[in-house]
Every structure is written in C-alpha cells, then in structure tokens.
Ligand binder design. Sequence first.
Ligand code: ATP
Ligand code: MG
Length: 424
Amino acid sequence: MGFQTLRGTTDLLPDELTRWSKVEHTVRRLARLYGYREIRTPLIEEASLFLRSVGETTDIVQKEMFRFADRGGQEIVLRPEGTASVVRAYVEHSLDKTEGFAKLFYLGAMFRAERPQAGRYRQFHQYGVEAIGSSSPWTDVEVIALCVHILRECGVTDISVWVASMGCRKDQARSAEELRQQLEPHKSTLCQECRARLERNVFRVLDCKQPDCHAIAWKNMKLFSLCDECAVHFDDVRRGLKENGIAFDDTQSFARGLDYYTGTVFEVRAKGLGAQDAVAAGGRYNHLVEELGGPAVGAVGFAAGIERVLMAAGHQGTKTPTTSRRGAYIAVTNAALIGHGFQFVQQLRQRGVCATMDYEAKSLKSQFREADKAQAQFVAILGEAEVKQRAVTLKDLEKGNQEAIPFDSFVDTLVQRTGSSSCH
Ligand code: ATP
Ligand code: MG
C-alpha cells in the first residue's frame, strides 16, 4: 500500500486551491485596505512562548500542542496559533520603534493535536490580524469590522457576531470568583476535567466541549462584571459597531480558550456549520506584549480558520468562481515541430501571456482536449502547412472562429488580444 496523509491533515489539490487562493487574495487585499502589513513567522517556536502566553491551563497547551525536543534537548512546538508568534516578533524586532502602531496580518498553517472531524483538523490554516500599540476602542471596532468585511467578501454572509467584555485582570478575578461560587452546587454534574478547572482556571469551563458542562456554565454565567473604565471601553466598542452598521449580540458572556485576553472578546459563528460553527474569534490582550518583554501597550486581534470559512461559504450557497478562459495552447502536428512550438510558448510567456503545449506529439484531437482542460482561450496550430505559409492557424475557443496569423506578428497579436494579465 502507498503512503497516505497523516490523520487530520489534507492535501490541497489544484481544483480545491482555486477557492483557497480567492480567500487568501481577499484577505491580503482587505487587510491592506485597512492599513495592515503582512508578517510571516516560523512554524516552530520555543514551547515556553505558548506556555507563557496562551496559558498553562488551557486546552491548547495541555492537550493540543505538537511538542518535541530537538537534538539539543530544546523544547519545540509546532505553532498552535498566531498571536503569540506575532507578539514575539514585535518584541524581538522592536517594532514599536519602527512601526509605531503596528498593524499586522498573517496567513498560515497552525497545528493542534485534536481529534479530527469535520471542521477540526491537526494541520489547519488561519488568517488573522494583530493591531499592536493602541488601547483605543476604535481599534477593537476596526478589527471586528475587518473580520466581518473579509467574511462577507468570501461569501460568508449569514453570520452572528458575539461580543463580550471579560474586563481587566481585576474584573476577571472578581468574575472568576462569582462563577466558581455559581458552579460549585453543580460540581457533581460537571466532567472530571471541569471539576479541576473550577479550582485552577474556572473560565475554561465556559469553553468545555462537553454539552453538560457547556449548558451549566452558560446558564450560570452572568455577564462579566466590569469596572467603570472597562464598562466605558465596552460601551464605546458597541457604539462604534452600531454606528457602522455591524450587527452583534452582546447577551452572552463567554471566555476565549486562551489566557491572554482582557476586555473585548468576540466570536463569529456561521449558519450551517453544525458543531464547529466558529469561523473567527479574537479580542483584546492588553498585557501580553509587556509579559513577553515588550513595552506596556494595548493590542487587539482576531484569527479565522480558512477551512471553516470555505465550508461556510459552501453551505451558504456561494458558487465556486468559474475561471474564465485565458492564454494560449500551442498544438503541433508532429514531433519535429515541438522545438519551434516551444519557442512560441516561451516568447508568449516572456510577454506575460499564459501559454502551454504538449511535449508528447499526441494527436491534434487530444491536444485540443488538453487545451480545453487548461482553459486556454486560443489554440494556435503549428503544422507543415503553417510552416510553409509562415503563419499559424489561430482558433479562438470562446468565439469559435479561426484565422491565419503570420509568424512575425503572432506574439504581438496574442499580447493584444489577451491583455498582459492573461495569467491570474
Ligand atoms: P473551537 O472552539 O472550534 O475549538 P477555538 O476556540 O479553539 O475553536 P481559536 O483558537 O480561537 O479557536 O482559533 C480561531 C479559529 O481557528 C476558529 O474560530 C476556527 O475557525 C479555527 N480553528 C481552530 N481550531 C481548528 C482546528 N483544529 N481545525 C480547523 N480550524 C480550527
Ligand atoms: Mg479549540
């Protein structure tokens, strides 16, 4: 038997990648539109980066990290999420000095050792943004607006946006105590893990995947109680969202499964995805930069799962974009003409016209079949008759007409007819 992909990982084949590229392109275009610049960090990081930031008691760190010691004994992790790495890079390269307010975005693979199921993989892909260096509520509004804008342009329109404020660290300590007291009477109904969470990190009960725990936690959790400053900040965020036509629900309090959040948290759920319905999530993390050795500045960001965005877009009836015909296919009638044909192909490519041909001297019929498969707009036939007349026979597959084009003007003609951007 041949080899297969590991559980929870997938090959993305060319047909599938048409949709992926569209999402990636939309992310880059819109993130830049909002003033964010791309950053790429390594897939591997020191394990302690995530212990310190995501938090020792979180599911990600306790159960989901691919962790190994390298040959020198250093603890390495395949990154499970993007924020910690971006903040590490911000601090390591003192981006506060060069960028000031650093608005960054990323796209890339993340790794979590989870039980694979629909919408949950071991290697999955996220795009995300981090706005580092501001505590203004307008940054929260901007980040949520960008998140929703990207989803909409990717065809995910049927969504609900949940916003809450977890408050500052002091507020969280108070809310944690309240939640602990409320859950205590239900302790026996909680799963074993949540009983331990009650003592160590009670907010984790809020994102337990066991239906019983989930129901009890959500029923008992009142909205986080906020100090004046956090309440004003959250009011401003909600006002900003309203003023800009972004619908949201603020009736539930929820915690995100990472320790670094303070203040605003949000989650976007898409209709039609079943249990794995969270497409994007994020929030404010006002202490992380300082905790990782940087200046004391506020920050806010989000991450979205590309697999889930594509699933949601599919469920919500967004059509796969049909690629239009482009460029040229050179068909030759015998093996001796392959070299001549190849020169044309190269000349076209040098001028930016998408061009290809077959190198096996197959029948003209099968070359036409391949041209069709390659979505070529033109087929240029190069046979003995054409060589004698020093003109190719050019067929337009869209219009269905055919004409002779002299060798000398062939490349120019195609450049003109396809426009220079014939390859997308
Ligand atoms: P969930 O509650 O579904 O486990 P999460 O809270 O762990 O999600 P985050 O860590 O906030 O998710 O990551 C942001 C987004 O990344 C999620 O909303 C989701 O779209 C995507 N995501 C997270 N884990 C996976 C995974 N294992 N496979 C595919 N996508 C994922
Ligand atoms: Mg998770």
